[in-house]
Design a protein around this ligand. Structure first.
Ligand SMILES: C[S@@+](CC[C@H](N)C(=O)[O-])C[C@H]1O[C@@H](n2cnc3c(N)ncnc32)[C@H](O)[C@@H]1O
Length: 243
């Protein structure tokens, strides 16, 4: 059994390295191949510079299922270089706002540099952990997250925090890596594989149960796992806090 502090240190170091590479204009990637944001989700208004789009380290498209509306407050758990935040910012408009939270200072530096580059004024990036969100109770309309919860050792705590900050009736749209079978302990102890979004992934059923245990209702898998031969896959989930 590997302790949570060691996992976090390893994950943080991995993403700090990736952020430094990206800040230096060099290519780098982390995880399983990501979905490209589907073209029909994007409008001309959504267009962002290639280097920001390429900074995505996600494994899906939570915004596609989040149905973000003008004026809403959106929280991105594990915002990385900020791509999903910037797309969300265009959807909430000037009357809404977007908060990205990430535990890696170098990622926050990358996200803030990207925000400055595109002149995004309704987005802010906060330093913090998913297990202890620097966000007020009942203050967020929509939570999005893209390929992050799998990296957290204490997923119960993450879902509990997500539930706390959502307004009653608020919703969550999450893309993440899950598994069809329990992963062997030897793989779960491999820190490189953990930071690559594999070893921390849990079974789809357990993922849904943890969300329900935190209080979410309407928890549903929208897509993912269609290839029954793949033991580890990306899936999209929606859920809401009872109104
Ligand atoms: C795979 S990247 C995904 C980044 C972003 N969501 C995207 O789609 O490009 C994971 C990000 O989550 C952050 N992260 C991992 N575990 C975290 C935790 N427990 N609390 C806050 N941030 C975390 C990492 O620093 C990294 O920026």
């Amino acid at each position: 059994m590997v302790d949570d502090t060691r996992i976090k240190a390893h994950v943080r170091a991995r993403y700090a390295g990736i952020a430094r590479q990206k800040l230096a204009g060099k290519p780098s990637s982390c995880c399983a191949p990501s979905d490209v944001i589907p073209a029909d989700l994007l409008t001309t208004k959504d267009a962002l510079p290639d280097d920001i789009v390429n900074a995505s380290l996600g494994c899906g498209t939570p915004l596609e299922i989040a149905r973000v509306q003008p004026g809403e407050t959106v929280l991105d758990l594990g915002s990385g270089g900020g791509l999903d935040c910037f797309y969300a910012a265009k959807r909430v408009g000037a009357s809404g706002r977007v908060i990205g939270v990430d535990m890696t200072p170098e990622m926050l530096a990358l996200a803030r540099a990207n925000a400055q580059k595109i002149g995004a004024t309704n987005v802010e990036f906060r330093h913090g952990e998913l297990e202890n969100l620097p966000v007020d109770d009942n203050s967020v309309d929509v939570i999005i997250s893209n390929c992050v919860v799998n990296l957290a050792p204490d997923k119960d705590r993450v879902f509990h925090e997500a539930f706390r900050v959502l307004k009653p009736g608020g919703r969550a749209a999450i893309s993440d890596i899950v598994t069809r079978v329990p992963l062997p302990e030897i793989l779960r102890a491999n820190m490189t594989s953990w930071a690559s979004c594999i070893s921390g992934a849990i079974m789809e059923r357990a993922y849904i149960e943890k969300m329900r245990a935190a209080g979410f209702v309407g928890v549903e898998k929208i897509a993912g796992g269609e290839n029954r031969l793949a033991p580890v896959y990306s899936a999209k989930f929606i859920a809401r806090k009872p109104g």
